[in-house]
Every structure is written in structure tokens, then in C-alpha cells.
Design a protein around this ligand. Structure first.
Ligand SMILES: [Zn+2]
Length: 282
């Protein structure tokens, strides 16, 4: 069972990565660029990290690598050699994201993925493991290692922060300004400049300020390690540490940072990792 699963789970680009990184592989490091770096970034993206896949090993890629190295017990040197690649492949092969179907239960899933109910339950921080909701996303550690801490599932009830057309969805796209293939970690909701941005859920303000391309932004922290991100705003109406209620106006729509027009870039993260907001919004 396990071997079949693993085989189907290792995507082609991983094989490509292994091919281009043979025995005495050269070590990837900051400053390098090219296909190997591109493959590495795709792999990181597959692991759920939000980064620009541009084939350039910059500070962002280096930071992610260091974080992962730290988490798996390697020296966090930011150098991607044989050991790091091995760990990354292992991680990728060991985590399955699964959308709950009608009639599923944990025992059934545990059997299917050759793991245990406790494993799935603790990995996802399930508070009520007897009640799975169809559409709910579970991360199933198919191996005993459950290194990346992802607690999902008890989804917060969110509301739309702004009403409007989704001008860019979650996932891969060609960046409208940079014209490069890019992983978009949020959804863009088009709205006129000055439109009120509402808190998607109650929480605490943990970030306010300018975030480069993401512009003037607000970050709210909610329960379960979930944060919501509101980018490109023209004005922020809350302060660091404030408690906000769901629906409270926290900012105004703008076009600060790298934006072609006024819109809200809304993101949901669990820990460091983005999830598709459309799976959470009503
Ligand atoms: Zn965006």
C-alpha cells in the first residue's frame, strides 16, 4: 500500500530534480539561478510555501530553506546539498492533502493512507475528530514524520473582507506586473479605491505597515495559528495589538506596493503556509 502511494505521489519534477542533482551534486546556494533552482522552488511551493518561482536563489528561497533545515534537524546553512534534497523529497512524499468527501471518517482515511487516526487527528489539530465536514481539507502524514506543523480543519467562519470581482485567483499565474510565472498566495478582489476592508474573522492585529510589493498591509491573527492578510491598502484604521471583531473595518482599499489598480489582495495562512481563501470564504 505504502509503496504504491509513494510512487504516485512523487511528481515528475522531483525526478527531474534528482536527475540534475546526482551523486556529487553541486550544492545550490544563494546567488545561483537556473533550472535546478527553479525545480527547487517548485518543490518548496508543493510543500505549501508561498514564494516566487523564478529560478533565482534569492534571500526568500534561502530563508525558507533555513527554516526547513532547522525544522528537520539539519544545520540551517541555507545550502541545498544532498542531505537537504533528501529531506525535502521525503517531506513531499509523506504529506497528502485530502479533501473530505461525504461519508468519510478518520478510520477509513487512516486505513487508506496507511497511517493512524491519532496521527491524522493530531497533525490537523482536530478538536472533533468524529465530525469531518465534506470539503474540509486534511493534511495526512503518511509517514510517521509530521514535521511541518499544519493545523487546519477547524475552519474559522470567515466573511468576505470586500465584495467584488476576483481579478486573480490563488495559485500559479503570470504576474501582471513582473510578467513572470509566479505563485499567487492569495486572491485579488477588485474594488474601488477607498472601499472599506472588513476583518474576515475576529482576531488580533499582529501586523501593520509597508510590506514591499504587498504594499500597506494589515495582518490579523485568529485561533489555531491562522492569520489573514490584507494587502495593497491605502489606509490602515487599526493599530498593532488591537482586538478586532469580525466585520469591523480595518483598512481602505488602495493600490500601494506592486499593483496595477485598486484591489485587495486577501490571504489566509496557517503558520507559514498559505491556503486557498476560496475554500474558507462562504
Ligand atoms: Zn495579489
Amino acid at each position: 500500500m505504502r509503496s504504491i502511494l509513494k510512487r504516485t505521489l512523487v511528481p515528475c519534477f522531483l525526478l527531474a530534480l534528482i536527475v540534475v542533482l546526482p551523486g556529487e551534486a553541486r550544492v545550490l546556494r544563494r546567488g545561483m539561478q537556473g533550472n535546478e533552482v527553479y525545480a527547487l522552488q517548485e518543490l518548496l511551493m508543493e510543500l505549501g510555501y508561498d514564494l516566487v518561482v523564478d529560478g533565482v536563489f534569492g534571500s526568500e528561497t534561502e530563508k525558507l530553506i533555513k527554516d526547513i533545515q532547522r525544522a528537520v534537524g539539519l544545520t540551517p546553512d541555507g545550502l541545498v546539498g544532498e542531505k537537504t534534497i533528501e529531506k525535502l523529497n521525503h517531506l513531499r512524499a509523506s504529506i497528502v492533502s485530502y479533501t473530505v468527501q461525504q461519508g468519510d471518517n478518520l478510520t477509513k482515511l487512516a486505513n487508506r493512507y496507511d497511517t493512524t487516526v491519532t496521527n491524522i487527528s493530531s497533525y490537523n489539530g482536530l478538536q472533533n475528530p468524529d465530525r469531518l465536514l465534506p470539503g474540509q481539507v486534511l493534511y495526512i502524514p503518511t509517514d510517521s514524520i509530521a514535521i511541518l506543523s499544519r493545523s487546519l480543519t477547524t475552519r474559522l467562519r470567515m466573511q468576505w473582507p470586500v465584495k467584488g470581482r476576483i481579478s486573480s485567483g490563488y495559485g500559479y499565474r503570470i504576474h501582471p506586473v513582473l510578467k513572470a510565472r509566479h505563485f499567487h498566495g492569495g486572491i485579488d478582489i477588485a474594488a474601488p479605491e477607498g472601499t472599506q476592508v472588513k476583518a474576515a474573522a475576529s482576531g488580533t492585529v499582529v501586523g501593520v505597515g509597508n510590506r514591499g510589493n504587498y504594499g500597506l498591509a494589515v495582518v490579523l491573527e485568529h485561533t489555531g495559528g491562522v492569520t489573514t492578510w490584507y494587502g495593497h491598502t491605502s489606509k490602515v484604521l487599526v493599530r498593532l495589538g488591537d482586538s478586532v471583531k469580525q466585520g469591523q473595518t480595518i483598512a481602505l482599499v488602495g493600490r500601494t506596493g506592486l499593483a496595477t489598480g485598486p484591489h485587495l489582495d486577501f490571504r489566509i495562512k496557517i503558520g507559514d503556509q498559505t491556503v486557498d481563501p476560496l475554500e474558507w470564504l462562504p
